[in-house]
Design a protein around this ligand. Structure first.
Ligand code: HGY
Ligand code: MN
Ligand code: MN
Length: 411
């Protein structure tokens, strides 16, 4: 049976159409979770699902699941990702996995093909965690990893809750969280790193996702006059934030391997040129494929932060924003992705994911895996995020072939 070919131009057109929603004047996209732009993106995506004749459900955390019926009433093979972005996002992070999933449905529908198992496409709420932590919030609730009430009462930096925003944008749905039960999950995503491009490879067969540890530190010092306070008498919150920032870079170099460390958010108060900072609130993002090394990095970080605070005579507290162990995807689904990649004649390598993804949550409840396509310059979470059309098309074609194999496999 000749395999249907996805319509690459239609996929590109849809990526650009969705990319207009929340578009930044300088290029790129700002579609923070549960913002007005996110609502508009959700409305657009729902309309696309309905155009494809999909049955659409929205659950209590705002996850959207479109289902395309199969010949058998079995748990669906699910594709999907997210359409929320960071504040300086690109066209492809998350959006590509959702729209490629809809392109697969469109292609099969046009060919009059119905798979044995139904196919589903999911849009998970707040994958980025840029506004509300933790990241992958919608999929974590979906798999029962975060109680719904705890997610709904989570607030952003302005004290606005997830529930308030879900209701405001009209996406606190009534579908039961975690339904439908999923047969298997395949997420297509841009790599968001430099590996495939540097090796000149077309596909990443993703074997798992590294561990993630997000911590928010609050340092309380003493504001004072920058011109009259002797250096020895200062209790400078900004100094401790800066020391920890330098420390985590040195920590990643000392631990080596795949240890990553980032201070991405920093707020000083009162944040004035001639006032010693009274407060510093900052985040530390630690990642490692090795669970033990990640725990070691966390332990070293907290020991150093306490010691630096004590030396400066300031108080330091912290709270965890997200903590996920490394995840290994289902070997059978990973093997299937590899086989279909070979059948497509694409160059590839097996690799871990540096970024977090909804697939690492779905892996808790069903066999899951991911497919990567190259990111130009390894850039992502950056308005210049780009993937070549040929790579976007190839990834979507591979997704179609993988889900066809999963949806029609003997049961
Ligand atoms: O932070 C991450 O890895 C993902 O983009 N939420
Ligand atoms: Mn993503
Ligand atoms: Mn992202």
């Amino acid at each position: 049976m000749s395999i249907s070919q996805i319509n690459g131009q239609r996929l590109l057109d849809n990526l650009h159409a969705l990319g207009q929603i929340g578009a930044l004047p300088s290029g790129g996209v700002n579609r923070l979770a549960l913002s007005d732009a996110d609502r508009a993106g959700r409305d657009w995506t729902l309309a696309r699902m309905r155009e494809l004749g999909m049955r659409v459900a929205v659950d209590a955390i705002g996850n959207i699941v479109g289902t395309y019926p199969g010949t058998e009433d079995l748990p669906p093979v699910m594709m999907g990702s997210h359409i929320d972005t960071v504040r300086t996002g690109g066209l492809y992070d998350g959006n590509y996995g959702v729209l490629a999933g809809l392109e697969v449905i469109d292609t099969l529908r046009e060919a009059g093909i119905q798979t044995q198992r139904p196919l589903a496409v999911a849009v998970f709420t707040n994958e980025e965690g840029a506004r509300f932590q933790p990241d992958m919030m919608g999929s974590l609730v979906y798999v029962g990893g975060l109680p719904l009430p705890e997610a709904l009462t989570t607030s952003d930096a302005d004290g606005v809750s997830v529930q308030t925003e879900l209701q405001r944008i009209g996406y606190q749905g009534t579908a039961t969280v975690g339904e439908p039960m999923v047969d298997s999950y395949v997420e297509l995503h841009i790599e968001q790193g430099p590996v495939l491009e540097q090796l000149g490879l077309q596909i990443g067969v993703v074997e798992g996702v590294q561990g993630i540890s997000w911590t928010e530190f609050t340092v309380e010092g003493q504001s004072n006059h920058a011109g009259t306070t002797p250096m020895a008498l200062r209790h400078d919150a900004a100094l401790v934030a800066a020391q920890v920032t330098v420390f985590v870079r040195e920590l990643s170099q000392r631990l080596g391997g795949r240890q990553l460390a980032t201070v991405g958010a920093l707020r000083l108060s009162p944040n004035l040129v001639n006032v010693i900072a009274q407060q510093a609130v900052f985040t530390v993002d630690l990642r490692n494929t090795d669970s033990g090394a990640l725990a070691q990095a966390e332990s070293d970080l907290h020991a150093y932060a306490q010691q630096a605070a004590q030396a400066e005579g300031v108080r330091i507290t912290h709270r965890s924003l997200a903590r996920f162990e490394p995840v290994a995807f289902d070997p059978l689904v990973v093997n299937l992705v590899e086989q279909q990649t070979q059948a497509l004649g694409a160059s590839y390598q097996r690799m871990p994911s540096g970024a977090g993804h909804d697939a690492q949550m779905l892996a808790r409840v069903c066999p899951s895996a991911m497919i990567f396509v190259p990111s130009v310059g390894g850039l992502s979470h950056n308005v210049r995020e780009h993937t070549e059309p040929a790579d976007l098309q190839r990834g979507a074609q591979l997704l179609l072939q993988v889900v066809l194999a999963l949806a029609n496999r003997p049961y």
